[in-house]
Design a protein around this ligand. Structure first.
Ligand SMILES: Cc1cc2nc3c(=O)[nH]c(=O)nc-3n(C[C@H](O)[C@H](O)[C@H](O)COP(=O)(O)OP(=O)(O)OC[C@H]3O[C@@H](n4cnc5c(N)ncnc54)[C@H](O)[C@@H]3O)c2cc1C
Length: 286
């Protein structure tokens, strides 16, 4: 099957992009890396009249550090999260997750913004935004606004981005010397979407955890914060007992969907095993 014929626009500014979307009366799709959209067009799961290429908009590019916050432009490629020195130093969870996102050819084209805008519940980067407590910068015809990750993921493939809005950048609190992180996922084959996965960003004072954010993916319609497990760990020192307590608490945090490939009970079990692995990694990292 081939994509339906479409018109193509390449705006140079956010305003031009919003104008192109308005001109198409909403029958338009933004395209960044095209690694999810192009297959969807080819299968005619989507058939917009106009494709609006975001690649020419300078505001969507670049990585910078200001006032303890890392700004990652939406057009930053997956592959850059492996090599960019600022991301490696201040958002190490993204760097840890990147090798698990698809394959090198896709990582060379796919963008962090495209992944977070799409919000596939089995994707690595959206969940890592939740673990890092990022804020999403979104542009609409009225201007820019910011949405915290805790409010951004709303339902299956549904985010705080309204039709016609553009994800401009991800703002990530920079990890410091007392932060530790861990990433894990379980997939049938390397490069496949995970059966379960997750990331943790925590801060230590001495041996105790003074802050912790745990985000899991492939366990529900959106990335999920494991708040009960976090509560079981805050102020604690990681050891076999506290890890087991967090694994027990996790029961209350997730309600996986049943599907033919991975039954809900299996996902629940795998999530528990995964959390144990993540926390043991964190224990060693400290
Ligand atoms: C074989 C294969 C395996 C894959 N495996 C994985 C995997 O293991 N893990 C994983 O996470 N992903 C995987 N992907 C998806 C890949 O990571 C995509 O690149 C990513 O999901 C989307 O990024 P993109 O830049 O290509 O977005 P596009 O395909 O260009 O766009 C995706 C969607 O987001 C919208 N969009 C894009 N950018 C913006 C923006 N700035 N603002 C608003 N809306 C926007 C588009 O309109 C579209 O609806 C895989 C893809 C393939 C083809």
């Amino acid at each position: 099957m081939k994509a339906r014929a479409f018109a193509y626009a390449r705006p140079r500014t956010l305003q031009e992009a919003h104008a192109a979307f308005a001109d198409a009366e909403g029958d338009a799709s933004y395209i960044s890396g095209g690694q999810s959209l192009v297959p969807a067009l080819a299968m005619r799961l989507q058939a917009p009249q106009v494709l609006i290429d975001l690649g020419g908009i300078a505001e969507l590019r670049g990585v910078g550090l200001e006032g303890g916050v890392l700004r990652i432009g939406a057009l930053t490629r997956h592959a850059e999260t492996l090599t960019d020195p600022l991301i490696r130093a201040h958002a190490p969870l993204l760097t840890a997750a990147a090798p698990f996102v698809a394959h090198p050819a896709i990582r060379n084209r796919g963008t962090v913004g495209g992944s977070v805008a799409l919000a596939d519940p089995a994707s690595e980067f959206p969940a890592m935004m939740l673990a890092m407590g990022a804020e999403m910068e979104i542009s609409g015809p009225e201007g820019l606004r910011r949405v915290p990750a805790d409010e951004y993921f709303q339902d299956l493939y549904q985010t705080a981005i309204e039709p016609g809005e553009i994800l401009v950048a991800l703002h990530v609190p920079a990890a410091g010397p007392n932060h530790v992180c861990a990433f894990e996922e379980m997939a049938r084959r390397r490069g496949d979407y995970a059966m379960v996965g997750g990331g943790i960003l925590a801060e230590r004072a001495g041996d105790a955890l003074v802050s912790i954010r745990i985000a899991l993916f492939s366990v529900g319609p959106t990335p999920v914060r494991a708040r009960s497990a976090e509560a079981a760990l805050i102020g604690q020192v990681l050891d076999a007992g506290t890890i087991a307590a967090a694994q027990g608490a996790l029961e209350a945090d997730i309600d996986p969907l049943d599907d033919e490939e991975v039954p809900a009970a299996m996902r629940r079990h795998l999530a528990r095993v995964l959390l144990g692995r993540l926390l043991r990694k964190l224990e060693i990292a400290g």
